[in-house]
Design a protein around this ligand. Structure first.
Ligand code: NAD
Ligand code: IPM
Ligand code: MN
Length: 369
């Protein structure tokens, strides 16, 4: 059919809990917005290990290839922590990114007005904060060879990971960052450690070349990644788009999440190249994990998953109005004083996942009326 094909991968821990609330919104959109999706649900992570023995079965990768977009929950948990490295649930998301060529992970960090006081920083420092982190997501130290733990002749072990970046890998993710900047406040801060890393030296050179040749109108600043972490905590509003390697982007985006109040608020989009057919593989995932410490209790914040679905509507289907409606609904619920435990503030009403999801639906209903 001509319906939009969605692959839903709830995964582990709080993944299925927060995904459940998104499923209700998808159903609602079918009824009230005449937006119909063909939804397939698949296995990934620990859930896939239990059912099939592997964290990312071929059938899941094939379904992801066929889909117009993938909505991903989260993977991992203590139950699978003792498995050999190549069998861990986390491999589920890593393989999907790699096999689908999803090299650009967009991680917005936006401080919503109702959450200004939930931030770890002073209200004045974060009010109105709107950063986009563009994290490279199919290269670098996550995938570079050689890697492994080797035991030497003396019986001592050595752990090895290798940071590898080709100039093409750097250039294509840099282009995504510059493109985004043009639609925002026209500034890119590129992070690396060109002072100590060869791959960082190349990163800085290639980003400068792409800038000069294709985006001279965008303001470009280079910043060492350690300094960027410090600046994010002290003067975060200087940033517009932050460009980072796989590892630095992972760390900086969790840090940015803390500025916005909670990991439970932040969505992301992981995009591939636009193919000649016009198709672009894309996966949408909250930046948080499976939160084993709160899983199974119905208290997780569904906002990050919900906002990931909004990003999906915007980036994969051009459904800007619907995306904004969902974002507005989340913000309205927060403004109304409902809070999951992670963003709880004195005097407000603490609710669980389902009540939060219900409230988002009610706001959507009002916005659509
Ligand atoms: P985490 O993001 O799962 O949790 C960190 C902290 O944030 C916890 O205290 C958790 O309760 C809280 N938190 C996270 N999401 C929340 C939400 N929606 N609502 C309320 N609180 C929330 O990170 P972790 O504890 O370091 O990792 C747990 C597992 O998840 C590990 O196996 C890890 O590898 C995996 N992980 C998976 C992904 C992913 O699937 N994309 C991302 C990060 C971590
Ligand atoms: C993330 C996670 C993943 C990563 C893990 C689970 C592989 O931390 O999406 O931020 O490191 O990319
Ligand atoms: Mn992470």
């Amino acid at each position: 059919s001509a319906n939009k094909k969605l692959l839903v991968l709830p995964g582990d821990g709080i993944g299925p809990e927060v995904m459940g609330e998104v499923r209700r919104v998808i159903d609602w959109m079918g009824r009230r917005r005449a937006a119909s999706f063909d939804i397939e649900e698949g296995l990934v992570g620990g859930a896939a290990i239990e059912a099939t023995g592997t964290p990312c079965p071929d059938s899941t990768v094939e379904a992801a290839m066929r889909a117009d977009a993938v909505l991903f929950g989260s993977v991992g948990g203590p139950r699978w922590d003792k498995l050999p490295f190549e069998q861990r649930p986390e491999l589920g998301i890593l393989r999907l990114r790699k096999d689908l060529g999803l090299f650009a992970n967009l991680r917005p960090a936006v401080v919503l007005d109702p959450l200004v006081d939930a931030s770890s920083l002073k209200a004045d420092v974060v009010r109105g904060l709107d950063i986009m982190i563009v994290r490279e997501s199919t290269g670098g130290i996550y995938f570079g060879e050689p890697r492994g733990v080797h035991t030497g002749p003396d019986g001592k072990r050595t752990g090895i990971d290798t940071e590898v970046y080709t100039e093409d890998e750097i250039a294509r993710v840099a282009r995504v960052a510059f493109d985004l900047a043009r639609k925002r406040r026209n500034k890119v801060t590129s992070t690396e450690k060109a002072n100590v890393m060869q791959s960082g030296r190349l990163w800085r050179a290639v980003v400068s070349e792409v800038h000069q040749a294709e985006f001279p109108d965008v303001e470009l600043e280079h910043m060492y990644a350690d300094n960027a972490a410090m600046q994010l905590c002290s003067r975060p509003k200087q940033f517009d788009v932050i460009l980072a390697s796989n590892l630095f982007g992972d760390v900086l985006s969790d840090l940015a999440a803390a500025l916005t109040g909670s990991l439970g608020m932040l969505p992301s989009a992981t995009l591939g190249a636009v193919q000649p057919s016009g198709k672009r593989h894309a996966l949408y995932e909250p930046i948080h994990g499976s939160a084993p410490d709160i899983a199974g209790r119905g208290v997780a914040n569904p906002s990050a998953q919900m906002l990931s679905f909004a990003m999906l509507l915007r980036w994969s289907f051009g459904m800007e109005e619907d995306a904004r409606m969902i974002e507005a609904a989340v913000e309205k619920v927060l403004a109304g004083g409902l809070r999951t435990a992670d963003i709880m503030q004195p005097g407000l009403a603490r609710v669980g996942t389902a009540v939060m999801g219900e409230a988002i639906l009610r706001e959507l209903e009002k916005l659509a009326a």
